[in-house]
Design a binder for this molecule. Structure first.
Ligand code: HAM
Length: 436
C-alpha cells in the first residue's frame, strides 16, 4: 500500500497552504500594530526545557511529548543504561518555553529595557489521540511579551487576539472569552492546599485520573471531562476568592481594561489551563458547542517561567491560537478554501512549430512580473483554452503561424472574449498593463 502521512498529521495542499500563508500575514499585520516582531526558534529543544518550563506533571510533558534520541543513545537504552534528560531532544509541544529560552540566551531584555514583543508561527507536536481539531502536528500562531508585568500588557494581548479573530472572520460575538487568575507564588500554594483538601475529602467520587493527579497537580481536576468530577469541582474552592491583594488588583485592572474596549468576557474560576507555568492572568477563547476541542486560542501570564528554566527573573505574558481549529471554526461558518490562481496570462500555441516563440513570450511575461503559463503536454489549441480556463487565466496570447509571420500575436480577454492584435515586440508590455 502507498505510504500515507502519519496519523494525526495532515498535508496542507496548495489551496490551504496559500490560506495558511495569508493567515500568518494577517497575524503579522495585526500584531505588528501592537509592536510585535517575528522570532523563529528551533522545532527541537532540549527535553529539559519543557520538563522544567511546562512542568513534569502536565499531560503535555508526561504523556504527549515526542522525544528523539540518537541511535547511540537508543542503544544505551536498549542495553539497559540510563540517559540524562539533558541529552534528550524533544519536538516542541508549544512555543513559549523556546521563545523565553531564546530571549534569555541572547539577552533580548536587558535590565531597564522596555518589554520585548515577539511573535511566531509554525508547527507544534503533541502525541495526543487524534480527532477533529486535535492533531499530533498542528500549527500555532503565538506571541510572547517579555519584561513587564503590567496589567496593560495582559489586556492589550487579549484585545489584540480578539481583533485578529475578527479580522480573519470569527467575530468576537460568536466566541466565548473566558478569563481567570491563577494567583502567584504568594497566594497559590495555600489555595492549592485547599483544593487538595477538598479532593481528599471527596476522593471516593473522583475518577482514577483525578485521583492520580491529586498529589502532583490538584488544580488539574478543574479540567476533568468526567461528568461526576466536573459536578464535584463546581463546589470546590475558587481561586478568585483566595487571591492576594496584588493579584486581586492586577486581575481587576485586566478585566476593567478589557471591559473598557467593549469586548465581552466571562470570568471562569475553573479555567486552569494545561501548562504549569501560568501565574495571574489566564484566558481562553472558545467557539462552537463541543467544549473539548473548542479552544481556538489561549494563554496568560507566566512571571516565573524564566527562572524555572534557569534564567533571571523575567515576567512574561503571551498566547497561542490553533490554526487548524480556526479553520474549522471558519468552515463551520461557511468558509471554503479556494484553489490558488494558476496564472494571469496563458500563452497558447496554435501549431507545434510556434512552440519556441510561445516559450520565449511566456518567459518575457514572467520577466515583466506577470504570472504566465503555457502547455507542456502537446495539447490541441482547444484543450489549451480549456487549460487556460482551469488556471483562471485572464488573458490568452495565441501564437498563430500566420499572425507571427506578420510580427503579431492575438490577445484574447477571457472574460469579455474581446480580441486584439498586438506586435510581438510589445505584447509582454501590453499584457503587463492589461493584468495590472
Ligand atoms: P495551548 O492552550 O496548549 O497553549 O495551545 C494554544 C492553542 O493551540 C489551543 O487553544 C488550540 O487552539 C491549539 N492546540 C493545542 N493543542 C492542539 C492539538 N493537539 N491540535 C490542534 N490544535 C491544538 C499554548 O500552547 C501556550 N504556549 C500558549 C501561550 C503562549 N501561553 C503563553 N504564551
Amino acid at each position: 500500500m502507498a505510504i500515507t502521512c502519519p496519523r494525526g498529521t495532515r498535508d496542507l495542499l496548495p489551496g490551504e497552504a496559500v490560506f495558511w500563508q495569508n493567515f500568518k500575514e494577517t497575524a503579522s499585520r495585526v500584531f505588528g500594530l501592537y509592536g510585535y516582531v517575528p522570532i523563529e526558534t528551533p522545532i527541537i529543544e532540549q527535553t529539559e526545557l519543557f520538563v522544567r518550563g511546562i512542568g513534569e506533571a502536565t499531560d503535555v510533558v508526561s504523556k504527549e511529548m515526542f522525544t528523539a534520541i540518537s541511535g547511540a543513545n537508543l542503544q544505551t537504552l536498549l542495553d539497559g543504561g540510563k540517559l540524562e534528560s539533558r541529552r534528550r531532544l524533544s519536538l516542541r509541544p508549544e512555543g513559549t518555553a523556546g521563545v523565553v529560552r531564546a530571549a534569555l540566551q541572547h539577552g533580548l531584555v536587558p535590565q531597564g529595557a522596555p518589554p520585548v514583543k515577539l511573535m511566531y508561527a509554525g508547527p507544534m507536536f503533541r502525541a495526543e489521540q487524534p480527532q477533529e481539531g486535535r492533531q499530533r502536528q498542528f500549527n500555532q500562531v503565538g506571541i510572547e511579551c517579555l519584561g513587564a508585568d503590567d496589567a496593560t500588557i495582559d489586556a492589550e494581548g487579549i484585545v489584540m487576539l480578539m481583533r485578529f479573530f475578527d479580522e480573519i472572520g470569527i467575530p468576537a460575538s460568536e466566541t466565548r472569552l473566558l478569563v481567570n487568575s491563577m494567583g502567584c507564588a504568594n497566594c497559590r500554594p495555600a489555595y492549592r492546599d485547599l483544593v487538595y483538601d477538598y479532593l481528599k475529602q471527596h476522593a471516593s467520587q473522583l475518577c482514577d485520573t483525578c485521583l492520580a493527579r491529586m498529589e502532583a497537580n490538584p488544580l488539574r481536576a478543574f479540567d476533568c471531562k468526567n461528568a461526576a468530577c466536573a459536578e464535584l469541582m463546581e463546589d470546590a474552592p475558587k481561586i478568585t476568592d483566595h487571591l492576594c491583594d496584588d493579584c486581586r488588583s492586577h486581575h481587576d485592572e485586566v478585566l476593567d481594561l478589557v471591559k473598557g474596549t467593549g469586548i465581552d468576557y466571562a470570568e471562569d474560576p475553573s479555567l486552569v489551563r494545561g501548562l504549569d507555568y501560568y501565574t495571574r492572568t489566564v484566558f481562553e477563547v472558545q467557539t462552537g458547542a463541543d467544549r473539548a476541542q473548542s479552544a481556538i486560542g489561549g494563554g496568560g501570564r507566566y512571571d516565573r517561567l524564566a527562572e524555572e528554566i534557569g534564567g533571571k527573573a523575567l515576567p512574561g505574558f503571551g498566547f497561542a491560537l490553533g490554526y487548524e481549529r480556526c479553520l474549522l471554526a471558519l468552515q463551520a461558518r461557511g468558509f471554503e478554501l479556494s484553489s490558488p490562481k494558476g496564472c494571469s496570462v496563458f500563452v497558447a500555441s496554435a501549431t507545434s512549430d510556434v512552440c519556441a516563440a510561445a516559450f520565449e513570450l511566456v518567459q518575457m511575461c514572467r520577466d515583466q512580473g506577470v504570472a504566465a503559463e503555457l502547455d507542456h503536454q502537446g495539447r490541441s489549441l482547444k484543450s489549451q483554452f480549456k487549460l487556460a480556463d482551469k488556471l483562471h487565466a485572464d488573458f490568452v496570447a495565441i501564437m498563430g503561424p500566420d499572425e507571427l509571420s506578420q510580427g503579431l500575436v492575438k490577445v484574447r480577454n477571457m472574460n469579455s472574449h474581446d480580441e486584439q492584435l498586438v506586435a510581438v515586440s510589445e505584447v509582454a508590455g501590453v499584457l503587463k498593463q492589461l493584468v495590472s
